[in-house]
Structures are given as C-alpha cells and as structure tokens.
Design a protein around this ligand. Structure first.
Ligand SMILES: CC(=O)N[C@@H]1[C@@H](OP(=O)(O)OP(=O)(O)OC[C@H]2O[C@@H](n3ccc(=O)[nH]c3=O)[C@H](O)[C@@H]2O)O[C@H](CO)[C@@H](O)[C@@H]1O
Length: 383
C-alpha cells in the first residue's frame, strides 16, 4: 500500500523555523511519504534554516527576484507550484501562517481539489489592512483549508466564529516553541553553533542587554525613525547596551544606520542565523520587537517583550503578561523599558509569566491529527 503523500510547503525564514519540527514529526511517525517544497520567497535566510535543521527540499522553486511585486510573486508562485503539484500529486499539502506562499499554494491546491492543512491557523488582528497583506492571506487560506492547526484556543475560537467546522480545528500550540526548545538544547550542547554572541557579551560586560528587532512594513518611515530615537535615548544609560540585528530591507537599515551608527552602547549587526539569534535572546534581559515569532519565543526564555506595533494578532502574550504593546511612540518605549530596567518587581512579573504559545509538542499533535484523518480517509493513490 502506498503511504499517504504529504507535501510540506514554505517560502520564508519564519515559516521554515516553524515548519521544520512538523517535517520531523511527520517523518517520525513512519506513516507518511513526507516531501518538502520551498518557494524560496526569501532565499538566503531560508537556506540558513534549511541547513541547521538538516532539511533538503524535494522541490525548490527558487522564485525570489529582486524588487518583487506582490502581483508578480503571486503569479509566479501559483503557476510554478501548480506545475509541481501536477507532478507530485500529493494527498495533502501543509502550508504555514500568512505569506503569499501560504495563500497562493492554497489556491493552487484548491484548483486541483487537494486538501490543505493550515499550520498556525486562526490568528486575526481584525483589520484586513493590518498587518497587510498577511491578514488577508490568512483569511483566504482559512476559507479553503480542511484542517486548521490553531496554536491557541483563541485562534481556534476565531476560526469557529467564522463558521469553520470545529471538527476540523485542532489546538496544537505553536510549533515555534518546538523549534526554539530544540535549538536551545543544540546550542547549549555545542556553543560553536552560535559564535556571534560571546564577543558582544564580552564587549558589553556588566551592562543589561536589550535585544531589538524591527522589520514590519507598517513601521517603515516615521515608525522606524521613532524606534531609532527611542533606542538612542535608551543607550544614553551607562548600564544598558543594545544589540540589534538589522533586517536587510533598506527601509530598516537606512534609518537605523543613519541615526544610530557610532553609538558606543549600540551594536547594529547583520541579521543572525537562528542559532545565534536564539543565543542573543538568551543573553538579553529585555526584548523590543515588532516581530511575530519573537513575541511567541521570548516568554519561553523568560524575557519580557515590548511590542513596537499598534495591534497584534498575538494577543495571548499581552493577556498572559509576558508582552506589552507600546507602538512606536518614543516616549512610551522609553518609559516602559525604563520601568522594566529600574523596577525589579515589574521585571519579575513579566519574565515569570506563563507562555501561552505552547509546550514544544505542537508538531507531534499535528502529525497525530493528520495520521488519524488519513486513516479514516485512505490515500487517494492507494485507494
Ligand atoms: C504579521 C506577522 O507578524 N507576520 C509574521 C512575520 O514573521 P516574524 O515577524 O515572526 O518574522 P521575523 O521576526 O523575521 O522572524 C522571526 C523568526 O526568525 C528568527 N530570527 C529573527 C531575526 C534574526 O536576525 N534571526 C532569526 O533567526 C526569530 O527567532 C523568529 O523565530 O512574517 C512571517 C512570514 O514571513 C509570518 O508568517 C509571521 O506571522
């Protein structure tokens, strides 16, 4: 009997980080022919994750082009991925999150009536233009998928309120926690995997470290300038150092380098690969970010997070007290960071709060749910 063929698909670094545990869990069941297809919507940062997780894609569409428009990239994904589907004929495709890869792969599957499982389903900000285009990408995917792997009960509730059949919604936790715990144990066992952080720790010995990331499209322009001026203010303190891996997008680097270069308490560094990034989060006392994944990871490392966005589709961390929304108002960023640096009780409360995003077993739950579904509905190829 042919094994059920599952095609796991992704295109960007965050998706790869969150999907490699799923590939691993599916393979461990021994019940599936698990293949991986990458669109390579982001090239270099994706390849770093593939290398560290030991995944060699079975299909690599290599679709990234400089200055790619949303229209052109969407067209390339649906056309090329559709051709790949016609050759591979999977029984199920898994997509992740909210990218153009997620939505266009889902549409290509829909046109062929191939069932789609959506990992990290049900996140909603409630505003179709924030984050844009991610909120739209998620919603379209949610209409078509027949298995929705919701990281939290709140995301499951959002799907059910949109009339998704509860029998198709599985609360699994977020696979980013699986990835983080795996990476953390690897860098603890072999520190040579994360060599970038020790020299920074030595340079800033005795100071409290604030780790920063900022790359969201909605913060380009004034938002980035505001973030830079808040960082410059914070770095006036002698007891604080800032480590900031700067996203390659010129809308980010241009502003940050113009406003912060030469500041002795700020290290603006190249983007870090995942092992080094996890080591940097571990070395930090506090994290300022507009990232989605970092909001989910930081609580597992006991690090308070200030979220530099107006809204978040990840409200669970705010509710649990591990994260606080501060938008990009410099006075607010400065005030909240100062409170956490100077008030030990406030710091303890945020760093001890419980992590609502998962326990590191999400991928296994996803694999089990798929195994059960395909036992009930055998592979079309073996039928
Ligand atoms: C609207 C929104 O929130 N959308 C999210 C956004 O993802 P994000 O905001 O989470 O993206 P980042 O912050 O780049 O990545 C985070 C991961 O990368 C690691 N990291 C980070 C910096 C670095 O220097 N080295 C690293 O290794 C880090 O630990 C973490 O695991 O886009 C994705 C599709 O692209 C979406 O699916 C996702 O919902």
């Amino acid at each position: 009997m042919n094994k059920t063929k599952i095609l796991v698909t992704f295109g960007t670094r965050p998706e790869a980080i969150k999907m490699f545990p799923v590939v691993d869990a599916l393979r461990k069941t021994g019940q599936f022919d698990t293949q991986v297809a990458v669109t390579a919507q982001h090239r270099e940062m994706l390849d770093q994750v593939l290398a560290i997780s030991g995944i060699t894609p079975d299909i690599d569409l290599d679709l990234m082009q400089p200055g790619q428009s949303l229209d052109a990239l969407s067209a390339r994904i649906i056309t090329h991925f559709g051709e790949a589907l016609d050759k591979t004929k999977p029984d199920r495709v898994l997509v992740h999150g909210d990218t153009l890869t997620t939505m266009m792969v889902t549409l290509a599957c829909y046109f062929r009536q191939i069932p789609v499982g959506h990992v990290e389903a049900g996140l909603r900000s409630g505003d179709i233009y924030s984050p844009w285009p991610e909120e739209g990408n998620r919603r379209v995917t949610g209409v078509i998928a027949d298995m929705h792997f919701a990281p939290t009960q709140a995301s499951a509730d959002a799907l059910i309120s949109e009339t998704v059949d509860p029998a198709n919604v599985f609360v699994t936790g977020n696979t980013v926690i699986d990835a983080l715990l795996w990476m953390k144990s690897r860098i603890t066992a072999d520190t040579s995997l994360a060599p970038a952080v020790a020299p920074l720790k030595a340079r800033f010995a005795g100071k409290r470290i604030i780790a920063v990331t900022a790359h969201r499209r909605e913060n380009f322009g004034q938002g980035m300038r505001n973030i830079a001026s808040a960082l410059a203010e914070l770095a006036n303190r002698d007891d604080v150092a800032i480590i900031y891996p700067v996203h390659p997008n010129p809308n980010v680097g241009g502003v940050m380098h113009a406003m912060l270069d030469g500041n002795a308490n700020i290290a603006l560094i190249e983007p870090l690969d995942y092992p080094n990034f996890v080591a940097m989060m571990e070395a930090s006392d506090l994290i300022l970010t507009d990232s989605g994944g970092v909001q989910e990871e930081a609580p597992s490392l006991g690090k308070p997070v200030l979220v530099m966005r107006d809204t978040t589709e990840r409200p669970e961390g705010i509710a649990a007290g591990t994260a606080k929304l501060v938008a990009t108002d410099p006075a607010r960023i400065l005030a909240e960071a100062t409170r956490l640096l100077d008030d030990p009780a406030a710091y303890e409360a945020m760093s001890r709060a419980h992590n609502p995003y998962g326990d590191g077993k999400a991928a296994m739950r996803i694999a089990e749910a798929i195994a059960e579904r395909h036992q009930a509905q055998p592979s079309r190829l073996s039928a």
